[in-house]
Design a protein around this ligand. Structure first.
Ligand SMILES: C[S@@+](CC[C@H](N)C(=O)[O-])C[C@H]1O[C@@H](n2cnc3c(N)ncnc32)[C@H](O)[C@@H]1O
Length: 345
């Protein structure tokens, strides 16, 4: 797919570059906030699974402000397995959200205080096997919820990405243990063709006597329960709400490029490419024609003839990624292609 056809095909991808967001995901958080005011009154916030950082950019802009108006009492802590380029006013932790040490590091930055809001746009690398992807996504959500119980103040909010699969009712019930108010939101910028949605949880109120604990599983994972067989109060229907301006851009539509007459289209580069992404090594191997080949005497040195992966290379090969310039997993799509196919290697 050509670079300008990607810009045509995905309006939010194009707009993100025009407006300086690192990923099209920025629009999702902004549209969730438009509907639920989740950022209102927030001073301390944790952005879990934050790389490359478009949500952190939104948080920084909205909460901290810019220039002379900027507030110094706002604290934003962003966490990801991957390194992120700096963002003004955002403390970055490179860590795993399933680790208690990460929770402790986050709390350390709040000088013993707790967060008003935790957001999590976490996504594992998709395999293309839907059941497995849904399960892993649910596990990541529970890890995010678990870490949230360590850092969130009572009454605080939690916004997290989910895949709306058949076990959604179970997840919803699990979240309801901690939040009296749970809604599932589908921002306009999230493609209808994707099963991605976001839970918006408000009024954090853990059960009486609940002690956050990273050692034991937070919740009992009975994924084999048939929730459709439940009735009455035992059956909970998840409230589902579309958000964002419904007359605005449709994430599944193709929009023509807006060109002043006679002018050629100028394709913008990604705002910020990923730093040392996991697929970089695979790209290098492919360039050296060493991918999937048995190691032999003549190709044992992987550093030989190494080329750097440029943003341009990555950009032109991942039409469905939210992250501008990325080809790895982490897409909002429930991808049916493998990372290797996406790389067009
Ligand atoms: C869709 S991206 C997040 C995009 C981000 N919200 C933004 O706006 O730029 C998903 C991220 O989840 C991260 N992730 C997945 N598992 C994680 C884990 N266990 N701990 C920390 N980060 C994780 C990935 O590294 C990836 O950067």
């Amino acid at each position: 797919m050509g670079r300008s056809s990607k810009d045509k095909r995905d309006i939010y991808y194009r707009k993100a570059k025009e407006e300086g967001w690192r990923a099209r995901s920025a629009f999702k958080l902004m549209q969730i906030d438009e509907e639920f005011n989740v950022l209102s009154g927030v001073q301390k916030v944790v952005d879990l699974c934050a790389a490359p950082g478009s949500w952190s950019q939104v948080l920084s802009k909205r909460l901290r402000g810019e220039g002379k108006q900027k507030r110094d009492d706002v604290k934003i802590v962003a966490v990801d397995l991957q390194a992120m380029a700096p963002i003004p006013g955002v403390i970055q932790i490179q860590g795993d959200i399933t680790k208690v040490s990460t929770a402790q590091e986050i709390i350390g930055h709040f000088s013993g205080e707790q967060a008003d809001l935790v957001v999590c746009d976490g996504a594992p690398d998709v395999t293309g096997l839907h059941d497995i992807d849904e399960y892993i996504q649910a596990q990541l959500l529970l890890a995010a919820l678990n870490i949230t119980t360590h850092v969130l103040k009572k009454g605080g909010g939690f916004v997290a990405k989910i895949f709306r699969g058949k076990d959604i009712t179970l997840l919803y019930s699990q979240l309801k243990i901690f939040f009296p108010d749970v809604t599932v939101a589908k921002p306009r910028s999230s493609r209808n063709s994707s099963i991605e949605s976001f839970v918006v949880c408000r009024g954090y109120a853990p059960p009486e006597g609940y002690v956050p604990n990273m050692m034991n599983p937070l919740l009992d994972h009975h994924y084999d329960v048939d929730f459709n067989s439940l009735a009455g109060v035992n059956r909970v229907i998840v409230p589902f709400l579309a958000c964002g301006d419904l007359s605005g851009y449709d994430a599944d539509m193709t929009y023509p490029l807006q060109l002043p007459q006679g002018e050629a289209y100028v394709q913008l580069p990604p705002t910020q490419g990923p730093i040392s992404p996991p697929y970089q090594h695979a790209c290098q191997l492919k360039r050296q024609d060493q991918l999937s080949k048995p190691i032999t005497a003549h190709n044992t040195d992987p550093t030989d003839n190494t080329e750097t992966v440029t943003d341009t290379d990555r950009d032109s090969s991942a039409p469905s990624s939210d992250v501008l310039g990325a080809t790895g997993g982490h897409t909002e799509e429930h991808a049916t292609v493998t990372d290797m196919e996406k790389l067009k290697l």
